[in-house]
Design a protein around this ligand. Structure first.
Ligand SMILES: Cc1ncc(COP(=O)(O)O)c(C=O)c1O
Length: 411
């Protein structure tokens, strides 16, 4: 059958993290690998009540096909919710998606012809790379800095490309507590990148799953809000990290011509987002005490982060050459180990030690990979698991440094 597959699919291997999760079935393994919010902070009662009510009172419509752009009630609730983040939009600026990953898929389909260029940070979200790879994207990619994108480097790179007649299609960013690095873009850089986008007429795709999850420091305006809905930014949001990921609901916001086309594409790929799930999100936005909910989630995650950072300090003194980011929010941090370590090999040694992480290479496009980095999710494991897991990570690194290599990939 393989020879009948579309050319682009022949070597396509999907989102690599998904494949690695098969190593995590052993309950003895402490996983820092997923991107999982903790089920301890899901508002389970509210979700259950909303689901029961929707089916009891409205089963005819809840179980039917529903409008492609999304439920009016949810879109209205989202428009209200966004006002609390200084984003003021109209109904023609929003479309409901079936999760953040779907939002990314739609963006790739709308903008990218084969070999088209996307401007990205290195590293960046592996799921975005996987979505854009489906369109055979190419990249202008610059190392992310402590305060976010290398805006100057991007500006030079874009100028260069334009002088060769090559027009990048969009700039993809996760400005708040980036997945995977945990880095947050400074206000100066948000303003600078917006100006740069406007100067070169390249839209910014601002992916914001983690904005609500700030544990310390100053809340910074989104690039979308800085643009004041002038059409230079497309915002991607999801309920996955603020409510729960199983529900698979998100939303894209942006200029009406973009939203209309995204809706046409959605109609051709998944049609509608399940109304039941949308109704649960509407109930979450309208009936939940959001401040209290986010406070609870933030206190919970902040404690985990502080445990993780403490365990890193304890296990990895400076002489080990192991470095890590210290995020102000989100669910991830990024570890860099000395260059002679390959974190894919280390992954299999770590599995032997019963601890897992995401080898950083999946957060780079092919040809631009770095092999001495890893992504850590600190939000899911318990505090005891964090302490034990970091110790196991140290043991795996020590074994690697002592010359041991994995005996082969485990089955
Ligand atoms: C930056 C970023 N964008 C998008 C997504 C996808 O979110 P969803 O679970 O809603 O598909 C994630 C999930 O981890 C993410 O980190």
């Amino acid at each position: 059958m393989k020879k009948l597959f579309a050319t682009i699919m022949k070597d396509f291997e999907g989102y690599v993290i998904g494949k690695m999760l098969r190593y995590l079935k052993d309950p003895e393994i402490i996983s820092f690998a997923g991107g999982l919010p903790s089920s301890d902070v899901f508002p389970v009662d509210l979700i259950q009540q909303a689901a029961e009510r929707a089916i009891k009172d409205n089963y005819e419509s809840v179980l039917q096909y529903s409008p492609i752009p999304g439920e009016k009630e949810l879109m209205t609730a989202v428009i209200e919710y966004l006002k609390t983040d200084n984003i003021f939009i109209e109904p023609e600026n929003i479309m409901i998606t079936t999760s953040g990953q779907h939002g990314l898929d739609l963006i790739g389909r709308l903008f990218l012809d084969a070999q088209d260029l996307v401007v990205i940070d290195l590293p960046t979200f592996g799921g975005a790379l996987a979505a854009f790879e489906l369109e055979d994207a190419k990249y202008l990619a610059l190392d992310i800095q402590e305060d976010g994108s290398d805006v100057e480097g991007m500006d030079k790179g874009i100028q260069d490309l334009l002088s060769q007649g090559k027009q990048p299609k969009f700039i993809y960013l996760v400005p708040d507590f980036q997945n995977p690095s945990g880095i947050t873009m400074s206000l100066e850089k948000r303003l600078a990148i917006l100006e740069m986008g406007k100067k070169y007429k390249i839209p910014i795709v601002e992916d914001s799953p983690y904005r609500e999850l700030r544990y310390k420091g100053e809340h910074l305006p989104s690039i979308y809000s800085l643009d004041e809905n002038q059409g230079n930014v497309i915002g991607l949001y999801t309920f996955s990290k603020i409510l729960c990921p199983g529900i698979r609901v998100g939303f894209n916001i942006g200029p009406p011509d973009v939203i209309q086309k995204l809706t046409f594409i959605k109609g051709s790929n998944i049609l509608n987002t399940p109304k039941l799930n949308q109704d649960i999100c509407t109930a979450f936005l309208k009936e939940c005490d959001l401040d209290a909910h986010f406070q609870k989630a933030k206190a919970y995650y902040a404690e985990k982060l502080s445990f993780f950072l403490g365990a890193m300090e304890e296990n990895f003194p400076e002489k080990t050459g192991v470095k890590w980011t210290k995020p102000e929010g989100g669910l991830f941090l990024w570890i860099t180990v000395p260059e002679e370590l390959n974190t894919l090999d280390l992954f299999y040694l770590a599995i032997e030690e019963r601890v897992a992480f995401v080898p950083g290479e999946v957060c780079y496009p092919e040809g631009l990979r770095k092999y001495n980095t890893m992504r850590i999710n600190f939000s899911f494991p318990t505090k005891e698991e964090i302490i034990e897991g970091v110790k196991r990570l140290r043991q795996a690194i020590e074994r690697y440094k002592a010359g041991e290599r994995p005996k082969g990939q485990p089955d």
